[in-house]
Write a protein that binds this ligand. Structure first.
Ligand code: PLP
Length: 435
């Protein structure tokens, strides 16, 4: 597929100017990573406990230390080079306004889109930039046009609330039956695959499933490729919610075998809030309708499957810098480091006193996010109180999560700037609270 024939804002008559500054102007944008700070050396092959490397990476983050911040699943702090680039872009775009927007932005946007596609291992023609995973996934769920009245759609308890709601809304929109399953706890790789297989076996009318790559409730990593494959073997499509996966797991989109995926740039890639990616595999575009009749782009391009209106130009530009930094550290090194920090607390307290760690030790099923609860204490109130006790008594910030079929929990999420000492303080606190 060639580049989109855009009918709207970026359309006719636009010169795709290079990144040159106009006379008398500071450059509106600069080569990625040019936030005025030195980028770190590559993380290729760096061990998870390489203190020198990881304290250098932690130093890239200008974070408040007023609290031990272990709630990094909400969104990701921008590293300094990205924050600096973002500030520069904001300033410059604001000053140059449409003179930049109408003449130069499309070239920069094209470059950022290509970077995102390369990082995901797909063609730029298969992705659109969105304002986040929500926008991407709602467009996919709402636009999926293969459903007929009487068909079924299926989601799981660990899926994200607004994606569950969107699947539920398909009842009114498409006349389908909406089914939900509870994923096994404790989970095993095979147990998860079996849960989807059994559900599809029991409900042969199901034609579409939602699969969440990394659960925001417990941090469980699902064997997405296997689940997508077993669904496909039954003629069932899968929409994959990878909001939390890109930037903390080491994968490329083709590894998942999925046709429809929504991802976030502002969680683990470290872009400013307000950017994500919608992916439709080449050849599957006809299963998703153009977004609400949008005519901005021709219907043969994935760009027509979402319509964001005017996005923050600076955010899109800084997304490029964030991807560059992510690639510099490497997905593999980030994955190793985050797993190491996660294991350092979760495996240290597993089974201690009343503590139940909800995700298994199996590295294939764990992410930076991991939840726990105290035995027999699964109410939302009990878990809010537990998170409050961690904050009030130990100055450790976490978050309570509801919606897990087996009961509410408290979620702990370290980031690349989290220190081992902070994780050890959590272990001490949990040993007190969970005794
Ligand atoms: C699993 C999952 N899906 C989707 C989203 C939505 O992401 P956003 O609000 O950034 O669009 C989130 C956000 O936390 C999430 O955790």
């Amino acid at each position: 597929m060639t580049d989109p024939s855009r009918r709207g804002l970026l359309g006719a008559g636009l010169a795709l100017a290079p990144l040159a500054a106009s006379a008398g102007e500071s450059a509106p944008v600069s080569p990625a990573g040019g936030g005025g700070l030195e980028l770190p050396p590559s993380g290729e092959g760096v061990a998870a406990d390489d203190g020198a490397y990881w304290s250098r990476i932690a130093g890239l983050y200008d974070v408040s230390r007023e609290v031990i911040q272990l709630e990094n699943g909400n969104w990701g702090v921008m590293p300094r080079p990205v924050a600096a680039a973002n500030a520069r872009y904001l300033d410059s775009v604001n000053r140059r306004s449409s003179f930049y927007g109408r003449r130069e932005y499309v070239a920069d946007w094209t470059r950022v889109r290509a970077k995102a596609a390369a990082s995901l291992g797909v063609s730029p023609d298969e992705i659109a930039l969105t304002r986040g995973a929500t926008e991407a996934l709602q467009a996919l769920i709402g636009g999926y046009n293969r459903l007929r009245p009487g068909d079924g759609v299926l989601f799981a308890d660990l899926d994200y609330d607004s994606m569950q709601w969107a699947m539920g809304w398909l009842k009114a929109r498409r006349g389908v039956d909406v089914l939900s399953i509870a994923l096994p706890e404790p989970a095993t790789r095979q147990g998860l695959i079996d849960a989807y297989a059994a559900a599809l076996e029991a409900h042969p009318a199901v034609r579409l499933i939602l699969v969440t790559h990394v659960s925001h409730r417990t941090g469980l990593v699902l064997p997405v490729a296997e689940i997508v494959a077993l669904a496909r073997a039954r003629g069932v499509d899968a929409i994959v919610d990878s909001a939390h996966a890109w930037g903390q797991l080491d994968f490329r989109l083709p590894d998942l075998g999925a046709d429809f995926v929504g991802l976030n740039g502002h969680k683990w890639i470290g872009a400013p809030i307000g950017v994500g990616v919608l992916y439709v595999r080449q050849g599957r575009l006809d299963a998703i309708d153009p977004f609400m009749g949008s005519q901005e782009f021709h219907e043969d391009t994935v760009l027509s499957r979402t319509h964001s209106g005017t996005m923050s130009y600076a955010t899109v530009l800084a997304f490029g810098d964030a991807i560059d930094l992510h690639e510099r550290i490497t997905a593999g090194a980030k994955r190793r480091r985050l797993r190491y920090l996660r294991d350092r607390w979760a495996e240290a307290v597993r089974g201690h006193g009343r503590i139940e760690v909800l995700t298994p030790a199996d590295p294939a099923l764990t992410s930076a996010l991991t939840s726990f609860r105290l035995k027999g204490q699964g109410s939302p109130q009990q878990n809010r109180a537990l998170a409050k006790a961690l904050l009030d008594r130990f100055n450790i910030f976490t978050v309570a999560r509801d919606g897990v079929a087996a009961g509410s929990c408290v979620r702990v999420t370290p980031a690349l700037f989290t220190t081992e000492a902070e994780v050890d303080q959590l272990v001490q606190a949990l040993k007190v609270l969970g005794a």
